[in-house]
Design a protein around this ligand. Structure first.
Ligand SMILES: *[C@@H]1O[C@H](CO)[C@@H](O)[C@H](O)[C@H]1NC(C)=O
Ligand SMILES: *[C@@H]1O[C@H](CO)[C@@H](O)[C@H](O)[C@H]1NC(C)=O
Ligand SMILES: *[C@@H]1O[C@H](CO)[C@@H](O)[C@H](O)[C@H]1NC(C)=O
Ligand SMILES: *[C@@H]1O[C@H](CO)[C@@H](O)[C@H](O)[C@H]1NC(C)=O
Length: 232
């Protein structure tokens, strides 16, 4: 059946599929991420996530997530009323989220580092007992209700005219990395600890030496094995 040469996808098609798969995985794999099913049921109708998702026609609700078009990055996440004492596994899959709701959970404490990489987050609602991620200085507006707190407008911690002004070492640039979090990226040709080294990293030399060492060790091991084999 079929014409010759049509016996399944060629190697190029496989490579393409692999790359597409990787891209989807990097994008958080949308509604298929375990974080969207971390709690049973759909996003709660009254939640900020459901309203945000309904207000943007390109987005759709999938489980507890509001996702964009394929590959479907997670734009919103409603984990309200989920009996959570800790954040679910897979929470970092939602690092591109704009709106998150964690209200009505017995959460005790959320480490600031849980929000590393959440640079697009613009609104997060929490049980009243919890502070805003990164502290109150990391947000423009904080509103409290009877049992919840909402933190809105993530500030740029690298903005030196704001109160958060962060100092990165010389030869590096400050880059936001989530609420109250920054990373210092080495500028130009600087690299290494505190960006103190200058010049391009001698990649070729590094791998050259690594290769030579590996080859020598393999030859030695092979030689030893052979001698053992002869002796027995
Ligand atoms: C949620 O709200 C939408 C629109 O506001 C409505 O169509 C739907 O029936 C509601 N679902 C529930 C379970 O209340
Ligand atoms: C919270 O969840 C429980 C069971 O999952 C449900 O019975 C209850 O009505 C929910 N509460 C709210 C405020 O949604
Ligand atoms: C998060 O960071 C803020 C500001 O640095 C700090 O006040 C707060 O204690 C930290 N919270 C946690 C849970 O580490
Ligand atoms: C930096 O902070 C100032 C004062 O808080 C604010 O007016 C300005 O819009 C901020 N700029 C950026 C790029 O965030």
């Amino acid at each position: 059946m079929g014409c010759p040469g049509a016996s399944g996808p060629g190697p190029r098609a496989w490579v393409l599929r692999l790359l597409l798969g990787l891209a989807a995985w990097r994008g958080g794999a949308g509604g298929r991420s375990p974080v969207c099913g971390c709690c049973p049921g759909p996003a709660r109708n009254g939640s900020s996530v459901a309203s945000y998702c309904r207000a943007h026609p390109a987005l759709e609700l999938r489980g507890r997530c509001c996702v964009g078009p394929e590959p479907g990055a997670i734009v919103g996440l409603d984990l309200g009323n989920c009996s959570l004492t800790l954040l679910c596994a897979g929470f970092p899959d939602a690092s591109a989220a704009v709106v998150i709701d964690l209200t009505e959970n017995p959460l005790e404490n959320i480490p600031n580092a849980s929000f590393q990489g959440f640079t697009r987050l613009q609104s997060i609602s929490l049980p009243l007992a919890l502070e805003c991620p990164g502290g109150s200085m990391a947000w423009d507006r904080i509103t409290t209700h009877s049992d919840s707190r909402t933190c809105q407008g993530q500030r740029n911690p690298c903005n030196s005219s704001g109160e958060l002004a962060w100092l990165c070492p010389e030869n590096s640039l400050c880059s936001p990395d989530g609420p109250g979090l920054v990373q210092c990226l080495c500028s130009g040709s600087y690299h290494g600890y505190k960006c103190l080294r200058e010049g391009t990293f001698p990649m070729l030399l590094f791998y050259g030496i690594l290769g030579a060492v590996t080859t020598t060790l393999s030859l030695l091991a092979w030689g030893t094995q052979r001698r053992k084999a002869k002796a027995s």
